[in-house]
Design a protein around this ligand. Sequence first.
Ligand code: SF4
Length: 647
Amino acid sequence: MRYAEAGYDLEIDLTRGNIERVESDPKLAELHLGGQGINAKIIFDRVGPEVKPFSPDNLLIFGTGLLHATPVVGANRTVVNTISPQTGLFAHAVMGGWFGPELKYAGYDRIIIRGKAEDLVYLWINNNKVEIRDARHLRGKGVTETAEIIKKELKEPNAKVAAIGMAGENRVYTASIEHNWSSASRGAGAVMGDKRLKAIAVRGTKDVNIAHPSELWELTMRMRKEIHDSDDVGDWMATDEDDSFHHNNFRWGNVRTKIPDYWSKELEDRWYHLKYDNMDRQIGCYNCPKNCINVLSYPGRKRFGYKCYGKATYHMAAFKELDFSYEILGVAQEYGLDSYSTPQVIAFGIELYDVGILTDKDMPNFPADPGERTWYLLERIVRREGIGDVLANGVYWAARQIGKGAEAYDHNTIKKFEQVPIKLRNFNPTYFLMYATGEKGNITQIEGSFPQDPLPTREEREEFVKDWAAVPDERFKNWFVNWEKRHIISNEASCAIVDWNESMHYIDDATGICAWLSSFNGQFCGYTPYHINSMSHIITLATGIEFDKDKLWKVFRRNRNLVRAINIRRGMRRADERPPADHWEIRDEEREQKLLSDYYKYKGWTMDGIPTKETLDNLGLNYVSEDLMRRGILTDGQDPGGAGSEQ
Ligand code: SF4
């Protein structure tokens, strides 16, 4: 009997209209857990480096986490993986809500989609009954409108729907897949649109077997109360009315302008009223007692939702106020546009116009007001009209397509992807490594277990580490207690901290646990319900597979190296692992390169960032090392940096 897993994948070939229910290999859960781990294995095996993102051979995989549909609280993140048209690399997109658990209740661990439909279709998964249905009547419809229409025509109000909007249909690189005001972006929406798949609707009413049900139930009920009662977990930024952090520290416009004293009490009061006067409700995700998503009903707009920094991106890019974001979010979300990268693309276009690289010929009747300009470009990007067709490819590609010096204004992308709009003064070793080597597009997908900054006094730091249950070992406590200045920290500590930060994200992405209860949360106060010391027992109770901390860490390393191998095979190398030149004012090239070399060595990678044969073989990834050797990327025994294989 399979525990915690459904044991079946859905293989959908949209070209042939073929649907297959395929039993999955039971050994994979022990090796990769689920979610992104198994998705990466499938993409490595089946999507070679010659496959272009918009090829019918590219796969789009919706993966449930191993702990979805178990009683484990907050296990609801669905991971969507593919090859991204923006980066040409493995795309990692993740959405909360209800989709993954519902899919597992329908009897599937993942949906693997290949091919391209002739015209727009949607997928209807109702337990054993799976259909590819005509979606031509949904062309151009918004994401929530699409979900409403589909549920109505299926007469299934409880179906969970993930849909693309006009942006995805038009293969805009910043298109997202939207579900319940949670979205999966970073290239996934564009690939879904390329496959002409408008939406997936799922209804599942089956059971999922648990290996040790009563023990798991007792443990999770205890944790549920703890999570419910704690103010330290969940997206506290969604409910905290003081958003001085983003507004005073993040950059406005095309990531140029800092307004350090922007926030004021008067502003906070005004925005508080604007929010609660228009607030419909605050909602949470499947099996979680927190309510992190603000759902707003703004006059003349479809309802929209936001968390964390999501409310600020548009008005900060356009130098406007919160009401501007409310105006635009109700439209942009329906279009299925990612609200992190899209505003940056728009601000980039505005800046190019202001400096004369783009002209009235490119942008006829371009308005003077930055808000109207934002609307102007948004409407063209989503339709790929005029200059919008160029900007729809994201800042990196648009800059190269436009030329005439536009590349100089692309100053906030790494590996061709827009980053969070931050520019700082002092070089930060741990953040340098995370920005440089992360392969998930965004710093929030790698940071989070170790605090971003030291606490001011030694006493406070000692207090912080006293009950720090999440640390992998005592070294982290010592490093934190002795850490006085953000930029002064040893290479040894930096490597270990980044590795730890990354480990928890990879485990979350494989189990489906929300990062706000795990990998992203520990940095704020040390407390997080899920951590490297607690996870293995929970996984064992759910699956019946014996896990301990070391075995779990090895799964992280296996999944991590698999993702890296996919990208290495696609040409990613050391030269790509550079934060933008102006990310920190004060840089030290020698230190950066030494740090990168030390980190590669720590990870068991060559000095070009390629996992060594020894590293791969020790993780049971012999087929990966053989593939890299066959392609001439690795040679037998290659270990030019003296990299070890086990940490
Ligand atoms: S903590 Fe918030 S974002 Fe995470 S699962 Fe719970 S409700 Fe969703």
